[in-house]
Design a protein around this ligand. Structure first.
Ligand SMILES: Nc1ncnc2c1ncn2[C@@H]1O[C@H](COP(=O)(O)OP(=O)(O)OP(=O)(O)O)[C@@H](O)[C@H]1O
Ligand SMILES: [Mg+2]
Length: 269
């Protein structure tokens, strides 16, 4: 079996893409084999999982950029912990679009890079930057026999609300041109302030606009979750609290991915 592909995305910045893809990878790796891929030149997922912030030097020429340009991820994958591997990134990933053009490479290059390792993992989880650039398009183009999914991150703001249809538009485009099997696993509410009075109307609006797409789990804003970037996952006394909401989300994600009928996309609403 090949890995299930899950890409976390939204063009609005700061909606918890890196945090959510990192925590999801960590939780899945407790029972299954996970590769997590950092497609963002900010390298926040890389830092979150490795505790390394000097990514420019430490991962120099050892990143997703090289993996894509050589169309082989294998030499660049590092082990984070049992069952959890990472394809790291750093600032140089910014030159990806220019390099692809120079070398006349296309959006399939990430899929080609992942092909040699596709059977080694149960899940490939991909973090993307706040942009609908090649960095986001390439992950959505990755096909797998076990399915290819997008999780749309939503922080409850108007800015993110208006970013959702733009993301769905590129999902449609990718569906038509590169990956007919790509499905939206769902819209994940994250960074939600328990007391914000706009939460309920926003939920209703999303449910009306995108029936069945919203994950039931709501990821609340929590200081313990934010501090993961500081304290890491190992020997972290507040880990349970930091991951609390995500445990439910991961169960829901697995459930949606395992049921073919829940491979919903815009056209099926
Ligand atoms: N549930 C949460 N509770 C509290 N803080 C959170 C939570 N999720 C994420 N954060 C914090 O919010 C900020 C934005 O999160 P994150 O960097 O994961 O978003 P992003 O969508 O990846 O951002 P970008 O668009 O820049 O890539 C970070 O400081 C992160 O630590
Ligand atoms: Mg990020």
């Amino acid at each position: 079996m090949t890995a299930k592909i899950v890409t976390f995305g939204i063009s609005k910045g700061g909606c918890s893409k890196s945090t959510s893809s990192g925590i999801t990878s960590y939780l899945l790796s407790r029972n299954e084999r996970v590769l997590t891929v950092d497609m963002d030149m900010q390298g926040n997922l890389t830092s979150l999982l490795t505790g390394e912030y000097d990514i420019c030097n430490v991962f120099e020429k050892k990143t997703t950029l090289e993996a894509i340009l050589e169309e082989n991820a294998e030499p660049y994958i590092i082990n984070v912990k049992e069952n959890l591997d990472l394809l790291p990134s750093n600032d140089y990933l910014a030159i990806l679009p220019g390099e692809l053009m120079k070398r006349r490479m296309n959006l399939r290059a990430l899929e080609n890079a992942l092909k040699p390792v596709m059977e080694k993992y149960d899940w490939i989880i991909i973090d993307t930057p706040p942009a609908l650039s090649e960095h986001t398009l390439m992950p959505l183009c990755v096909r797998s026999e076990s399915g290819s999914y997008a999780v749309i991150m939503f922080d409850g703001s108007m800015f993110a609300y208006f970013a959702i249809p733009k993301f769905l538009e590129i999902v449609d485009e990718v569906n038509n041109r590169f990956n007919s099997e790509l499905r939206v696993a769902g819209i994940l509410f994250s960074l939600i302030d328990q007391r914000a009075k706009e939460n309920e109307p926003m939920k209703e609006t999303i449910d009306e606009d995108y029936p069945r797409l919203r994950f039931n789990t709501i990821i609340r804003r929590k200081a313990a979750t934010r501090r993961l970037a500081l304290d890491g996952f190992e020997n972290n006394k507040e880990l349970d609290s930091a991951l609390e909401h995500y445990k439910r989300f991961v169960r829901e994600l697995k459930d949606r991915v395992s049921k073919k009928e829940s491979r919903i996309n815009k056209g099926q609403n």
